[in-house]
Write a protein that binds this ligand. Structure first.
Ligand code: PHE
Length: 352
């Protein structure tokens, strides 16, 4: 090939390239949305696009012309990319302003109200009980739900193989660890840690292998304990009477029944008149007219002895009530199992 001929070829290729960039400009301008713009770009600078086609013709050029043309090709590629970007930006802006103009927000439509959370009735009752006891100078305590045998039984004067262990069917974690069957272990933790005299109210989950219309395997208790000088059964009765009246209101009757707990002596169970049948007998109160809410008594000297507290220099009383029991009595709930079911139709009735 003569010099002239090859120069003519180079000029021709460069001319084609300019034409290509010109064409890209008009084609891009004509594109009306981002997708068709992109499709067009691929036709120019994609893998099999016009630019690649031109590149293939490079083989016909002289070794000196090749880099010259290569540089021009790169320029053209960049130019096409720049044209594409510019058009894409302006199309994007146009799409946005069109969207803004066409999609109006109707602020008069009612919104979706998010569900409001509320306290569970067991929680409400717990808080209320703690508040009432606080007015008598009792301070709140918690304790572990998984207890060593010592705290749940032994220190409460329930030795191994003692028949009283049958009163509380126990979930065992292992030989020495149980899910606490009552909140009374909180008494022992307090006797170990707190200064005398003391007045504490412990609350929380307890567990027993038990389940029917009035028993749950997982329920809650409140435990009250007072240790002072010359504490008597009269103090216990007065405290519980105040507490029950404050919690249930004046309309409810209570009674004390002599009973037995290894950690109290003497012991008494506390019953409330049934709110459903008002004492005439129904399935909730097992036809007795009364619902048992818990136990109480003067702390057994053996408990003080184990806790290394000098008795009778110090003595005291304790009581433990079932929180679910108190809730069903207060609100007239016909079945204790409604409480852990967590049906929102039931729970919503306690949103105040
Ligand atoms: N812990 C006993 C129970 O759960 C109740 C109780 C507490 C009795 C304190 C007397 C004193 O059955």
């Amino acid at each position: 090939m003569t010099q002239d001929l090859s120069n003519a070829l180079l000029n021709d290729l460069i001319g084609q390239m300019h034409a290509l960039t010109e064409k890209a400009l008009t084609e891009f301008q004509n594109a009306t949305d981002k997708q068709s713009l992109y499709d067009k770009k691929v036709l120019f600078s994609g893998k099999n696009g016009s630019v690649t086609e031109l590149m293939k013709k490079m083989g016909q050029l002289t070794p000196e012309q090749k880099p010259q043309f290569g540089a021009k090709l790169n320029e053209a590629k960049q130019k096409i990319e720049q044209l594409y970007q510019e058009r894409e930006t302006s199309l994007g802006q146009a799409e946005l302003s069109q969207k803004l103009a066409s999609e109006t927000l109707d602020l008069t439509l009612p919104g979706f109200a998010p569900d409001r959370g509320g306290d569970h009735p067991v929680h409400l009752v717990t808080n209320e009980i703690v508040d009432i006891m606080a007015r008598l100078g009792y301070s709140a305590r918690l304790g572990p739900m998984v207890e060593r045998d010592y705290y749940n039984f032994e220190a409460l004067n329930i030795p191994k193989d003692h028949p009283a262990r049958d009163m509380q069917d126990t979930f065992f974690v292992d030989d020495n660890l149980v899910l606490r069957t009552h909140t009374s272990p909180i008494q022992i933790h307090s006797l170990e840690k707190d200064q005398l005299p003391l007045r504490i109210v412990g609350t929380g989950s307890v567990f027993r292998v038990d389940s029917d219309i009035s028993h749950l395997p997982h329920f809650h208790q409140i435990e009250g304990m007072c240790v002072d000088r010359n504490v008597s059964m009269a103090d216990l009765k007065g405290t519980i009477a105040f507490f029950v009246r404050e919690f249930f209101g004046p309309g409810l009757k209570t009674r004390f029944r002599p009973s037995y707990f290894p950690f109290t002596e003497p012991s008494a169970e506390v019953d409330c008149s049934c709110p459903l049948c008002k004492g005439s007998g129904c399935s909730l109160c097992k036809q007795s007219g009364w619902i048992e809410i818990g136990g109480s008594g003067l702390i057994n000297p053996k408990v003080f002895q184990t806790a290394k507290i000098p008795y009778p220099e110090w003595n005291g009383f304790a009581f433990g009530f079932g929180i679910e029991r108190m809730a069903i009595i207060k609100y007239g709930i016909p079945d204790i199992r409604l409480l852990p079911e967590n049906d929102l139709r039931f729970l919503r009735q306690f949103e105040f």
